[in-house]
Design a protein around this ligand. Structure first.
Ligand SMILES: Cc1ncc(COP(=O)(O)O)c(C=O)c1O
Length: 387
C-alpha cells in the first residue's frame, strides 16, 4: 500500500541518479534516457554548471518573498527578453501555472483594455496543464472527465486549419492559445507558415496570441523558442519544463503593452521566482546560449530524423515519423502502450503518448552514438513485436 495518491501509472523502477542522457535505478542498472523527464532536463541530468549555480545559491538564500526585490528575477527576465522579444516576465513554478497566469493576464487585458470579449480560442489535441482553467483550455475530453463544472470561456477549433480558425473568430474572442507543435497531443506539427498566418489573423482582429512553449521552448526544436522558425512573435509566451533544467520553475512573459494589464495585487505566487529557481534557470539559459545548444539540437534532430526514416522503411508497423529538432514522434496503427515497460527490459526509457505514438525527447546534449543506440533498441523492440 502507498500513502501517495494514485494519480499516475508508474513503471516499476526507482531512478536514483542521472548524468547527461543516462539514469540509474536503485539496483545500479543503467538506462539510456529518451524522455528527459518529459522534455525537462534539456542539458542532461546533473549538468555541472546548473548544479554549481543551484548549490551556490542554496548556501546564500533558499527563499525570499516577493514582498522584496529579487535581483535574480530581474536578471532572468532580462535574459529572456533579450533572447526572445521585448517582454515583462511573471515567474511561477510549473507549466500549468504559467498558462493559468497567461489566461488571467489575457482576460484582464481584454476586460480592462481590450475592445473585444475575453474568450480564448484553443485547439483540438492541445495540452496546457491540469489546473481547472488549463484543463478547460486543453481541448481533449479525457482530461476533463469528471471535473464538471469546467470553467467557461474557451472555444476549441481544429489545429493547423487557418480557415476553421478564422471562422471561429467572433466578438467574444479576445485571445488565442496554442502550442507551436502539439506535444502531448501526439507531436503534431502544423502546416508550414501556419504560425505566421495565425499571427497575421490575430493582428488583423486585435486578438492576443498566446504561445505555449512549455514543451517546445528552451532549444528543443532547434531554435531557442519554436516560434523563431517562422517570422513571427507572440504577445504572450509561457515557459516551464526545461527552463530550470529540472528545477521546478515556470514563466509567463508578455509584451509590455499587455503586461500593463497586471497591476500590484492582480496575480501572485509565494514561491514564484524563488532564488533557487532563478539561479538554476539563469545557469541553464547561459549554457544554452554559450554552447549554442539550439543549433546543435537542429543538427542532431536531422540525424535522428534520418534514423527514424530508415526505421520506417524496415518496419511496416510505423505509420508516420515526424518532428522537429529533438522532439519527434513515431506513430503506429496499433496500441504500443507496452513499450514504456518493454523499453526498460532493453535498458532504455521510452514514452508513449496517445497509446499509439512513441515520443522521442532526449536531453539535447545527446550524442550521435547515443542516438544510434536508441534507434537500435527501438529497432530490436519493433522486430520482436512484429511491427
Ligand atoms: C505544452 C504544455 N503546456 C503545459 C504543460 C503543463 O506543464 P506542468 O506539468 O508543468 O504543469 C505541459 C506539460 O506536459 C505541456 O506539454
Amino acid at each position: 500500500m502507498s500513502y501517495v495518491m494514485e494519480t499516475y501509472s508508474r513503471l516499476p523502477i526507482k531512478i536514483v541518479r542521472g548524468n547527461g542522457c543516462r539514469v540509474w535505478d536503485d539496483t545500479g542498472r543503467e538506462y539510456l534516457d529518451m524522455v528527459s523527464g518529459i522534455a525537462v532536463c534539456n542539458l542532461g541530468h546533473a549538468h555541472p554548471k546548473v548544479v554549481d549555480a543551484l548549490t551556490e545559491q542554496a548556501k546564500e538564500l533558499f527563499h525570499c518573498s516577493n514582498l522584496y526585490q529579487i535581483p535574480l528575477q530581474e536578471e532572468l527576465a532580462g535574459m529572456i527578453a533579450q533572447h526572445s522579444f521585448d517582454s515583462r516576465a511573471f515567474f511561477c513554478n510549473s507549466g500549468a501555472e504559467a498558462n493559468e497566469a497567461a489566461i488571467k493576464l489575457s482576460r484582464r487585458y481584454c476586460n480592462t483594455m481590450g475592445k473585444r470579449g475575453a474568450h480564448i480560442i484553443t485547439f483540438e489535441g492541445s495540452f496546457h496543464g491540469r489546473t481547472l482553467a488549463t484543463v478547460a483550455a486543453t481541448a481533449q475530453g479525457k482530461f476533463r472527465k469528471g471535473f464538471d463544472p469546467i470553467p467557461e470561456g474557451f472555444i476549441a477549433v481544429p489545429y493547423g486549419d487557418i480557415e476553421a480558425l478564422e471562422a471561429a473568430i467572433d466578438d467574444r474572442v479576445g485571445a488565442l492559445m496554442l502550442e507551436p507543435i502539439q506535444g502531448e497531443g501526439g507531436i503534431n506539427l502544423p502546416p508550414k507558415g501556419y504560425l505566421k498566418q495565425v499571427r497575421q489573423l490575430c493582428s488583423r482582429h486585435a486578438i492576443l496570441l498566446i504561445l505555449d512553449e512549455i514543451q517546445t521552448g528552451m532549444g528543443r526544436t532547434g531554435k531557442l523558442f519554436c516560434y523563431m522558425h517562422e517570422d513571427m512573435e507572440p504577445d504572450i509566451m509561457t515557459l516551464a519544463k526545461a527552463l530550470g533544467n529540472g528545477f521546478p520553475v515556470g514563466a509567463m512573459v508578455a509584451k509590455p503593452y499587455v503586461a500593463e494589464a497586471f497591476i500590484p495585487g492582480s496575480h501572485a505566487s509565494t514561491f514564484g521566482g524563488n532564488p533557487l529557481a532563478m539561479a538554476s534557470s539563469i545557469a541553464t539559459l547561459k549554457v544554452m546560449l554559450e554552447e549554442k545548444i539550439p543549433e546543435r539540437t537542429g543538427e542532431m534532430g536531422l540525424y535522428l530524423m534520418d534514423g527514424l526514416m530508415q526505421l520506417k522503411t524496415s518496419h511496416a508497423g510505423i505509420k508516420d515519423v515526424r518532428g522537429r529538432g529533438l522532439m519527434a514522434g513515431i506513430e503506429f496503427d496499433t496500441d504500443i502502450s507496452s513499450f514504456n515497460a518493454d523499453g526498460l527490459d532493453k535498458g532504455i526509457l521510452l514514452n508513449v503518448i496517445q497509446s499509439r505514438i512513441l515520443r522521442i525527447a532526449p536531453a539535447l546534449v545527446i550524442t550521435k552514438q547515443e542516438i544510434d543506440e536508441a534507434l537500435a533498441a527501438i529497432d530490436t523492440l519493433l522486430t520482436e513485436k512484429g511491427l
